[in-house]
Write a protein that binds this ligand. Structure first.
Ligand code: AMP
Ligand code: MG
Length: 218
């Protein structure tokens, strides 16, 4: 890549640079096992606004917050039911986002005004390292213009978001499908979005999982 390209190979220096950008309230694209995410400090409203602006994402579409471990997940939610522990133990790091009550450190803008927050631990060494180096939970929808195809390579990201300040290049994403989203704020839990985590595996843990009609019939 040329000197002016925002695409960086992953090493200690580029991870530091990415963390500096994030801590300054800017956005940075990074690989996860599902798709490339456009990350911003989830505790900083101005940074989260940059995600919506750069993607052209409508403000009513909530973001998923990425954290490195269960302890960090517990810091951004106000309750952590036993089922969250079981699911985290079996499926994290991995493509499962859990919706839980949102802690005050996460601005309402992250969740499009909802009192909840979707949280996951991604199964990608670069994403996990960036989370550790930045020390912040990262709100990260797919790193593309709203309504276009989710990117699975750094080049896809650049094509869709030519003004992105930085892209960490971790090679092609393994799964290429968004995370499965479940709501744990109700009993029994409810499937909100089918995704990369097979429904069969989820049903083994939550046999009474509420499914939307269009999933049941599929
Ligand atoms: P993505 O576009 O892959 O970043 O995923 C975001 C999607 O996750 C949203 O469009 C919702 O379907 C779901 N989601 C995120 N946060 C919440 C939340 N707090 N409550 C319900 N669904 C959520
Ligand atoms: Mg997307």
């Amino acid at each position: 890549m040329t000197a002016s390209s925002p695409i960086f190979a992953v090493d200690a220096a580029s991870l530091d640079r990415a963390a500096t950008i994030l801590l300054a309230g800017e956005v940075c694209a990074f690989p996860t096992e599902t798709v490339y995410g456009l990350g911003a400090d989830a505790t900083c409203e101005a940074a989260v606004l940059r995600i919506y602006a750069l993607k052209g994402r409508p403000r009513h579409n909530p973001l998923i917050v990425h954290v490195p471990d269960v302890a960090s997940a517990q810091q951004i939610s106000t309750s952590w039911p036993a089922i969250a522990d079981r699911l985290a133990q079996r499926f994290w790091p991995g493509p499962l986002s859990m919706v839980l009550p949102r802690a005050a450190c996460i601005p309402a803008l992250v969740s499009a005004g909802l009192p909840t927050v979707a949280i996951r631990v991604p199964a990608h060494p670069v994403a996990l390292e960036l989370l550790r180096v930045s020390g912040r939970p990262l709100a990260a929808p797919s790193a593309n213009r709203s309504e276009s195809v989710s990117p699975t390579t750094a080049e896809h990201v650049l094509r869709s978001l030519p003004n992105v300040p930085m892209i960490l290049d971790g090679g092609p994403c393994r799964l290429g499908i968004e995370s499965t989203v479940i709501d744990l704020t109700q009993t029994p839990p409810r499937l909100l979005r089918p995704g990369a985590l097979p429904l069969r595996a989820l049903l083994e843990e939550i046999p009474d999982l509420q499914l939307p009609g269009w999933v049941k019939e599929a």
